[in-house]
Design a protein around this ligand. Structure first.
Ligand code: FEO
Length: 397
């Protein structure tokens, strides 16, 4: 028996992938993963999510322990990433009568998954309900948790939250699919999952977790990992903790992230910092070569304004600063204010190169950056102080 009852007429019918060691090319999955699907059997039958392509045999076998595929009325697509939508076409081939339901923003994504212009797709919004006859599914809009298409479902009869990728973990159990209290390994994997998948959209996860925390929930049934009915609010509360900014101030926080081979960019950084300290901002100087990625990500996430200080080396940004800037893709940084400064000998192109990259990531960049040739002289230091002042105004806008 591979289907597992969560409640009367509600079943886990997912697939297990214990050998997976890397997810989405970058996420380590030391304990494999599961692609969770759920079957709700009322007078009508709904399947929540399909599984990754290649795992449909497990899905179909589990469903058929409960009922024939031909009896499924609805496929609820909480999210279109291929680990949950890969088997949809094969499911529709097995039962062409299935009605597709997803969040309104998910409709074009789902259209591109099935590549069938003729098939109807019902787009729903938060608060809409699907009456299955004896079982209800209420939809929650949870955009950017972690795709714009993402929604969750709530079954009020059994107080089950089908949380999609939220509150999930990449973990493939060898025994029970149910969470056990005190499981430190799962807690770590849930944090790692949040850190890799949800953290770039932390404000959206926080808003969703705040709303969900107030709900009456007996079971959280995510799309990966274990079903939690022993401590259903555990990871919801953890999301509230993990989405808290790590650095706080009553003043505007400015992270001055710099690298300096011979001390010249460091001299500029200190002059800019001194100027910012005279304003309503709270500047922090961070030598990126002395900080680890976790510390740098906390600063990138918490800061209202980010200043990057890079020498130009071989016509480019130096690697420690490139590595730091690249961390922006792993935190919520869209719309943050930023600018670039640095020393140079005969080129100075690093400033424009990094400015372009920051703009491509949708940060708001104050230009032009400030530069100094070799050892900053009095005039160049004055430029740095003016740059700090200007940046304080830019952040305050
Ligand atoms: Fe588990 Fe975002 O897919």
């Amino acid at each position: 028996m591979s289907a597992i009852a969560l409640a009367d007429n509600v079943f886990w019918v997912g697939a297990k992938d214990p050998e997976l060691r890397v997810f989405d090319l970058i996420v380590k999955t030391n304990y494999g993963t599961t692609y969770n699907s759920y079957l709700l059997r009322g007078e009508k039958v709904a399947l929540i999510d399909a599984v990754k392509d290649g795992f449909e045999d497990q899905l179909f076998a589990a469903i058929q322990e409960i009922l024939p595929l031909s009896q499924i009325d609805y496929l609820i697509v909480n999210h279109n990433e291929p680990d949950h939508s890969g088997a949809i076409v094969k499911l529709l081939q097995a039962n062409p009568g299935i009605k597709l339901v997803c969040a309104k923003p998910a409709v074009p994504f789902l259209r591109n998954v099935i590549n069938d212009e003729a098939r109807a797709i019902e787009g729903v919004k938060g608060g809409d309900k699907l009456d299955l006859g004896g079982l209800t599914l209420e939809f929650l809009a949870t955009p950017f948790m972690h795709w714009p298409d993402t929604m969750m479902g709530y079954n009020p009869e059994h107080k089950i939250l089908f949380s999609c990728d939220g509150f999930a973990a990449h973990f493939c159990p060898t025994e029970s699919i149910f969470h056990k209290p005190g499981d430190q390994l799962l807690l770590h994997e849930a944090w790692y999952y949040y850190d890799c998948i949800m953290r770039p959209f932390a404000p959206f996860s926080r808003k969703a977790a705040q709303a969900i925390a107030a709900m009456d929930i007996a079971t959280v049934a995510p799309s990966h990992g274990l079903v939690n009915r022993a401590e259903p609010k555990l990871f919801i509360e953890k999301y509230l903790e993990w989405t808290e900014p790590k650095h706080r101030s009553d003043r505007k926080l400015i992270a001055i992230l710099y690298a300096s081979a011979y001390g010249n960019t460091a001299i500029m950084a200190r002059a800019i910092c001194d100027a910012l300290d005279q304003t309503k901002c709270e500047p922090h100087l961070i030598d990126v070569t002395a900080a680890n990625d976790a510390e740098l990500r906390d600063w990138l996430e918490s800061a209202d304004g980010i200043l990057f200080g890079t020498p130009t080396f071989a016509g480019d940004v130096v690697k420690p600063i490139w590595d730091t800037a690249h961390l922006l893709t792993s935190v919520a940084a869209t719309g943050k204010k930023a600018a670039v400064f640095g020393s140079f000998a005969w080129g100075g192109q690093a400033i424009e190169i990094l400015e372009s990259y920051l703009e491509a990531l949708k940060l708001k960049v104050m230009k032009p950056g400030v530069r100094a040739r070799l050892v900053p002289g009095p005039g160049e230091l004055e430029d740095c102080r003016r740059f700090g002042n200007d940046f304080s105004k830019f952040v305050a806008e």
